[in-house]
Design a protein around this ligand. Structure first.
Ligand SMILES: [Zn+2]
Length: 130
């Protein structure tokens, strides 16, 4: 699929039950753009987790954990509205062994993506939150 924001390639992934309720639209799947990292809801989800390294090398090898981080990116976009949800999802990622602030640093440093989101600013806001 093609990103409506930038025309980049989108990767479809299943949204884990553990974090689904924290997304505003409560869908089984979502897409993440490999260029601008915009996350959009999807009505259908693949059974398996995709290879998120095609989006950014900042994602961990584990697809399921990467999906949690993709959900976090979606919430960071609306951090003012979804502080509590972002906090819960960040906690879930940390429980899986991810340093979310380090992950965001790596996303911000990744030259292969051009995030729509101001990753560094959101990282600082999240740091104050968690
Ligand atoms: Zn895009």
């Amino acid at each position: 699929m093609t990103c409506p924001n930038c025309g980049g390639d989108e990767v479809v992934f299943p949204v884990l039950e553990a974090v689904r309720e924290h997304l505003p639209d409560d869908r089984v799947g979502a897409t993440i753009c490999a260029h601008c990292l915009r996350v959009s809801p999807a009505d259908e989800a693949p059974e398996d987790y995709p290879d998120f390294s095609t989006v950014s090398e900042a994602f961990p090898d584990d697809g399921e954990t990467s999906a949690v981080l993709a959900v976090l990116l979606a919430l960071l976009d609306r951090l003012v509205l979804h502080r509590e949800d972002a906090d819960r999802v960040a906690t879930e990622a940390e429980r899986r062994g991810v340093d979310v602030l380090l992950f965001l640093d790596r996303v911000a440093a990744d030259q292969s993506v051009d995030p729509e989101l101001d990753v560094e600013r959101r990282r600082d806001q999240l740091e104050q939150l968690i």
